[in-house]
Design a protein around this ligand. Structure first.
Ligand code: FAD
Length: 83
């Protein structure tokens, strides 16, 4: 059975981690991201949005896009973790 890596939160850190591990480990493991939002925001670009230099579509991405990289997404609001 393949090892399973769980990433809690599909924000900037979580998505970068998931992509890094997918590239590093190839298809030898499952990577599952738990995220509560439908869309991921690239926070630094909010400043450009505020001054009209970006449009909303440029700042937000669907979290489902990570499936293209072979990363699984579970949309959920995590309440607690017990390991
Ligand atoms: C306006 C602005 C400008 C910035 N500019 C810069 C910059 O220029 N350079 C820089 O390095 N940093 C910048 N930052 C900071 C940077 O955006 C953050 O440090 C970075 O987003 C943190 O990443 P993170 O993954 O820890 O958290 P986040 O990106 O916030 O991701 C956390 C994720 O966890 C999810 N989540 C939270 N709770 C739950 C739950 N209970 N269940 C399921 N999912 C949950 C959230 O929906 C979110 O997607 C900026 C921030 C802001 C607001």
């Amino acid at each position: 059975m393949k090892p399973v890596i769980l990433v809690l939160g599909g924000g900037t850190g979580g998505l970068m981690t998931a992509h890094f591990l997918r590239n590093k480990l190839g298809s030898n493991c499952r990577i599952i991201v738990f995220e509560k939002e439908e869309k991921n925001v690239f926070a630094p670009s909010l400043l450009w949005l505020m001054v009209g230099k970006r449009k909303t579509k440029d700042v937000y991405r669907s979290t489902k896009l990570i499936a293209k990289k072979g990363i699984e997404l579970i949309k959920i609001v995590l309440q607690s973790t017990k390991f």
